[in-house]
Design a binder for this molecule. Structure first.
Ligand SMILES: Nc1nc2c(ncn2[C@@H]2O[C@H](COP(=O)(O)OP(=O)(O)OP(=O)(O)O)[C@@H](O)[C@H]2O)c(=O)[nH]1
Length: 303
């Protein structure tokens, strides 16, 4: 499918009380391809939990910490972050357990959902455990609580109705780019976006002078959980010596500006303070040797 024409992509937030089956669902949908940036819970920013890439669409599932944790130490702050996230994503999946009634936890989340305009699906999980009559009653009950765009009963464990849910998600995604490479299996999907951010800044600032003959290889992404910092080391690859001079600029001024702008964007993306170390290298035939590199986020082993 032509990616400029009709390709759909978007960010999807899965929320719900603990134990409703969010991880089981994600595992079923994205299999191995789960992105783990850090083992520790993020305090401010959303983690990408999984990416599903289909021929005509890409779904990026993100974590929304805090929405169901009012008693968290960072309670109010987390809540604000969570709510902002829910406003920014393209779709929210509110997952509930078919076996459980409507309780305080659900009510709490519904209240938050009432104040946003993002489309919300109700996903009723674990339908393998209940009688269809019970399910129907539940659906009727929830219909009165919120204007859900879709209500989809599934069994994440047994795989029931998952395909249908994905079809419906696709309907609500906007047209957009493929954010991640199709075969993203690395535990750092951010690698790809970070390389794109640096490349974008470098191309923008050197416009006209270096038309697209520029690649970015991410050498290292190292997270320090204690200090909440991330060290990124990247090499900008150009084809000619003259281009190297342009990218570096007078006394390094251009490279400094590229680095500064890229760093701000990367900090935004990761929600952590970032140290960005940039190098420039001439590699005359990088395009011929590895024209596919761009699509893979320039993994060192492929280079
Ligand atoms: N019978 C049944 N059990 C399920 C289904 N989906 C998940 N479970 C079980 O429910 C339990 C909780 O599932 P998780 O996927 O860990 O739930 P979670 O929402 O990610 O939980 P937190 O990480 O605590 O937020 C596990 O024992 C799953 O095997 C389902 O469709 N049917």
């Amino acid at each position: 499918m032509n990616k400029d024409n009709g390709y759909k992509s978007g960010f999807i937030s899965i929320i719900g009380r603990p134990n409703v089956g969010k991880s089981t669902f994600l595992n079923k949908v994205v299999g191995q391809k789960i992105a783990i940036m850090s083992d520790k819970p993020q305090t401010t920013r959303n983690k990408v939990q999984g990416v599903l890439t289909l021929d005509d669409s890409q779904m990026v599932f993100i974590d929304t910490p805090g929405i169901h944790k009012p008693k968290h130490r960072l309670g109010d702050f987390m809540m604000k972050v969570a709510q902002n996230t829910l406003k920014e994503v393209d779709l929210v999946l509110f997952m509930v357990n078919a076996e459980e009634g409507y309780g305080r936890g659900e009510e709490f989340i519904i209240e938050k959902l009432q104040s946003i305009h993002t489309p919300v699906f109700l996903v009723i999980n674990k339908i393998d455990l209940v009688h269809p009559d019970q399910l129907l009653k539940m659906i009727d009950g929830y219909k009165e609580k919120l204007n859900f765009k879709e209500i989809v009963p599934i069994s994440a464990l047994e795989g029931n109705n998952i395909e249908k849910l994905l079809e419906q998600i696709k309907v609500y995604l906007p047209e957009g780019p493929q954010y991640y490479p199709a075969d993203q299996v690395t535990d750092h999907p951010e690698r790809f976006i970070i390389s794109e951010l640096i490349r974008e800044k470098a191309l923008h600032l050197t416009r006209e002078e270096i038309p697209h003959s520029l690649a970015v290889l991410i050498e290292k992404i190292e997270r320090n959980d204690e200090k909440d910092t991330v060290h990124v080391m990247a090499t900008i690859i150009v084809e000619r010596d003259s281009q190297k001079g342009i990218v570096i600029g007078k006394q390094g001024s251009m490279l400094k500006e590229v680095g500064k702008r890229a760093r701000l964007d990367i900090e935004n993306l990761l929600g952590s303070k970032v140290f960005l170390e940039l190098w420039v290298k001439v590699q005359k035939d990088w395009r011929n040797r590895a024209s596919h590199l761009r699509d893979y986020g320039f993994r060192e082993d492929e280079y």
